[in-house]
Design a protein around this ligand. Structure first.
Ligand code: HEC
Length: 222
C-alpha cells in the first residue's frame, strides 16, 4: 500500500514538473515575465542602472540626462589632409574607403599627396607589415613562405596586380583576402596609403630598364 502511494506521489511530482517546464512552451502571455532574481542578488539585464536619452535625471543641475559637450571641447580624431582637402575618418571619401564617393568603383590614384617622405614612410611600413609574407622585394618570397607557413603568396609584380587601381589594393590591404589577414585594424589609414605608394615605387623599379635613365645617368653607369 505504502509503495503504491509513493509511486503515485512521485508520478504526480514528475508530471507536474514536466508540465511546468514544457506545458506553456510557445504560449503568448501579456503578463510580465516572472523575475527569479532580485535586483541586489542576481541583477538580470531587465533592470539596468542607466539613463536613457531624454530621461529626466536629478544628478545634474539642469535635470537632463543627455548633457551637452563642455564648452570648448575638441572632437576626438583629426582630419586627414588629402589632395581634395581635409577628411574625417567617418566620411564616405576615397581616402577611407578606396571607392569613388557614393559608388562601388575603386579610385585610380592615391588620395594622399605622394612625396619622397611619404614613400619612405611607406617603405618602413611595407617592411614591417607586408614583407613577412610578400618579401622585401614584393615577389612573394617572404619568411613565412621559407618556413612553410604560407604555401602561395601573391607576387606583387604580377601584371594583374600592377594594373590594379590603388583603391582596389587599399581595399585588399584593409579587409584582407584569402590567407592574407586584414591590415585595417593594424595600420592607420595614411599608413596603408603610404604602403601602397611604396609598393608602386617597388613595382616601377621592377619594370624599369636602362631606357628610363637620363643620358647623364647612363653615362655614369658605364
Ligand atoms: C600573412 C601573410 C600576408 C601579409 C602580412 C600580407 N599579405 Fe598580401 N597576400 C597574402 C596572400 C596569401 C595573398 C594571396 C591571397 C589570395 O589570392 O587568396 C595576398 C595577396 C595580396 C594582393 C593581391 C590581392 C588580389 O586581389 O589578388 C595584394 C595587392 C597584397 N597581398 C598586398 C599586401 C600588402 C600591401 C601587404 C602589407 C600591408 C600585405 N599584402 C600583407 C599574404 C599576406
Amino acid at each position: 500500500m505504502r509503495i503504491i502511494i509513493s509511486i503515485l506521489l512521485i508520478g504526480a511530482a514528475v508530471g507536474a514538473a514536466a508540465f511546468g517546464i514544457l506545458g506553456f512552451q510557445g504560449k503568448m502571455s501579456r503578463k510580465p515575465p516572472v523575475e527569479l532574481y532580485s535586483d541586489r542578488m542576481f541583477p538580470g539585464m531587465d533592470r539596468q542602472p542607466k539613463l536613457r536619452p531624454q530621461e529626466p535625471n536629478h544628478f545634474f543641475a539642469n535635470g537632463v540626462s543627455s548633457q551637452l559637450p563642455v564648452a570648448g571641447t575638441i572632437a576626438r580624431g583629426e582630419p586627414i589632409q588629402t589632395t581634395d582637402g581635409a577628411v574625417y575618418s567617418f566620411e564616405d571619401s576615397p581616402v577611407n574607403t578606396g571607392h569613388v564617393t557614393g559608388t562601388t568603383n575603386f579610385v585610380e590614384l592615391n588620395p594622399l599627396p605622394v612625396t619622397d617622405e611619404f614613400i619612405q614612410h611607406g617603405r618602413e611600413r611595407f617592411d614591417i607589415y607586408c614583407a613577412p609574407c610578400h618579401g622585401k622585394l614584393g615577389d612573394g618570397n617572404g619568411i613565412t613562405k621559407k618556413i612553410g607557413a604560407m604555401a602561395a603568396v601573391a607576387n606583387l609584380h604580377d601584371k594583374r596586380i600592377v594594373q590594379m587601381t590603388d583603391g582596389e589594393i587599399f581595399n585588399t590591404v584593409t579587409h584582407g583576402k584569402g590567407l592574407m589577414g586584414a591590415a585595417g585594424p593594424l595600420m592607420t589609414t595614411p599608413d596603408r596609403w603610404a604602403t601602397i605608394a611604396y609598393l608602386r615605387a617597388l613595382q616601377l623599379s621592377w619594370l624599369g630598364s636602362t631606357n628610363d635613365l637620363t643620358a647623364e645617368q647612363k653615362a655614369a653607369l658605364k
